[in-house]
Design a protein around this ligand. Structure first.
Ligand code: PHE
Length: 343
């Protein structure tokens, strides 16, 4: 029995379980109820009385040694696994993080900016809260013009009708601020958010975006306007695009026109986007009215110029065939994700 106990001590000391499974086998072999030590305690009953004291002592020593070893190894293994979750492989490839996408309105706005910047237009920023002068009066709006009416404009302060404060209804107000700020020539576009008091539907919203353009210099003619817009239309909708100017009216331009582009979907053959006319309307334009130039301190005898304005939503809807304006403002990721491949 003594010898048996000695060899078990040696065995236990030599053991180095490498994982949880081996450690469990160790416990089963020595410490469990059916393990070796239980057998030895059983055997102890047969030890002659005169040896009981010595063998008993040894047996208890073996039991403590096995238990200590087990606890030691268990702790070691637990520490090792805890550490391995902290350590990570520096050579492992990174987790790809999902990129967002640009909003379709931003994509189209950036494209418009890029097209005009190629022919020397700078970008002019303005304020969304405007006074009556910059949004209406300087732009030659007669005092009782329906566009000033409560139905179209979100007024903030109407205590004094002439000096009322409102959310701008168009970015033409930025043209006024630009012209007031210095001397011609001016060659800028003004992208921005505008506000109109309209019921929200698939075709109308109380907030939308415009890009207006202004070019003022000596000898600027309607032919320059036409050529500039033709360049824009071809860059935006393809080189086969034709343009058509129809006479129109804006208080701040004279003459005024509305511009259609040949339908880039059916190429003029007729489809439901162009309502079988072959043409789609995309912007308003005209020669800046001399009254507007004078209102902004510009000599209308020396300088002439043109202006144009377009809705970004309309162009985006045509370009991507989106049929409901409200989609732009809902930020539904299923909608936005579709523009990932666009810049
Ligand atoms: N400001 C006009 C609008 O909001 C657009 C426009 C701008 C028309 C410049 C002509 C010239 O509808």
């Amino acid at each position: 029995m003594q010898e048996k106990l000695n060899s078990i001590v040696e065995e236990i000391n030599a053991l180095q379980p490498a994982n949880a499974e081996e450690l469990e086998n160790f416990r089963l072999k020595y410490l469990s109820r059916k393990g070796l030590l239980t057998d030895l305690f059983e055997e102890f009953k047969t030890v002659p009385n005169d040896q009981k004291r010595e063998v008993g002592k040894k047996l208890n020593e073996v039991k403590t040694a096995a238990e200590t070893k087990f606890n030691e190894l268990k702790e070691k293994l637990e520490n090792a696994t805890a550490q391995s979750t902290v350590d990570f492989d520096l050579t492992a490839p990174g987790e790809p993080s999902e990129l967002g996408s640009r909003h379709p309105l931003s994509i189209v706005r950036n494209e418009i900016i890029s097209i005009f910047s190629r022919i020397g237009y700078t970008v002019q920023d303005g304020q969304e809260i405007e006074d009556d002068w910059h949004n209406f009066s300087a732009l030659n709006f007669p005092e009782e013009h329906p566009a000033r009416d409560m139905q179209d404009t979100f007024f903030i302060d109407v205590t004094n009708k002439k000096n009322s404060i409102a959310l701008r209804t168009h970015t033409s107000s930025v043209q006024v601020r630009l012209m007031e700020s210095g001397k011609p020539p001016f060659r800028s576009i003004m992208p921005g958010r505008v506000f109109r008091n309209e019921a929200i539907s698939a075709r109308a919203h109380c907030i939308f975006h415009q890009v207006e353009g202004l070019y003022i210099d000596e000898n600027v003619s309607f032919a320059d306007l036409k050529q500039t817009l033709l360049y824009f239309a071809r860059e935006m909708f393809g080189e086969k695009t034709q343009i058509r100017l129809r006479p129109s009216y804006f208080p701040f331009t004279e003459p005024s026109a509305e511009m259609d582009v040949s339908c880039f979907i059916c190429e003029g053959k007729g489809c439901n986007i162009c309502k079988y006319s072959g043409w789609v309307e995309i912007l308003g334009c005209g020669m800046v009215d001399p009254n507007v130039l004078e209102n902004c301190g510009i000599d209308s005898k020396k300088y002439t110029g043109f202006a144009f304005g377009m809705g970004i939503e309309r162009i985006t809807m045509l370009k991507y065939r989106i049929n409901d304006l409200r989609l732009f403002f809902e930020n539904d990721v299923r909608f936005l994700n579709q523009f990932k491949s666009a810049i």
